[in-house]
Design a protein around this ligand. Structure first.
Ligand code: E4P
Length: 221
């Protein structure tokens, strides 16, 4: 499963990238607004750092405007790894069809049901983003739709990738991987939480302490 960061914070992206495990980045208007920087500059900076797909979201809601905005982002960022994020609304489906027909990769965002994902894939989306955490928040099992989307895409051999989004904790990542999501996008805090385990830290301290017991001249082999 590929690991994406869900952030527009370049320091977090740089740090995760240095670990050698980062496959891509997703942003959204809320995350970009939090950074208080020029939107296209932020996307350019991320694209220069990360080789994999980088999602940048449109903020218009009519088909023509979404198409225009999507093409504008592609042209002005000028990086081959930009993916245009389009919301799962009626106007969005038309925009997905138009953009994907011109070879622009689209990530359909705000997916909350399996049939929404089916329509997005039929319209030509390269990625669908089911929002797991936000479904859990309202007492719906978010992972159930990942399972359903996986089964549907496999039944009909859709090439569209399942990008599990709104991931809130390491268990979400495990479930997404078990269910066959192609990608999980997560906040930096979740990525850090995955690394940490108290037994790893205790074990390392013990190994290092025991090593001290070996006389200096015997440590080099
Ligand atoms: C996905 O691409 C979205 O940016 C994101 O995962 C939303 O997550 P949230 O529900 O934590 O805001």
């Amino acid at each position: 499963m590929k690991i994406f960061l869900d952030t527009a914070d370049i320091r977090e992206i740089r740090e995760a990238h240095s670990w050698g495990i980062l496959d891509g980045v997703t942003t959204n208007p809320s995350l970009v607004a939090k950074e208080g920087k020029d939107f296209l500059d932020v996307v350019r900076e991320i694209c220069a750092l990360v080789q994999g797909p980088v999602s940048a979201e449109v903020v218009s809601t009519t088909t023509d405007e979404m198409i225009r905005e999507g093409k504008d982002i592609m042209r002005r960022v000028g990086a081959p790894n930009v993916v245009i994020k389009i919301p799962m609304i009626r106007e969005g489906l038309r925009a997905i069809r138009a953009l994907s027909s011109e070879g622009i990769r689209v990530n359909t965002t705000l997916i909350f049901t399996a049939p929404q994902a089916l329509l997005a894939a039929k319209a030509g989306a390269s990625f669908v983003s089911p929002f797991i955490g936000r479904l859990d928040d309202i007492s719906h099992l978010g992972m159930d739709i990942v399972r359903d989307i996986r089964a549907i895409f496999d039944n009909y051999d859709f090439k569209c990738e399942i990008l599990a989004a709104s991931i809130r904790n390491p268990l979400h990542v495990v479930d997404a991987a078990r269910l066959g999501a192609d990608i999980a996008t997560m906040p930096f805090s979740v990525l850090e939480a995955i690394i940490k385990h108290p037994l790893t830290d205790i074990g390392l301290q013990r190994f290092l302490k025991d090593w001290e017991k070996l006389p200096q001249q015997m440590r080099k082999g």
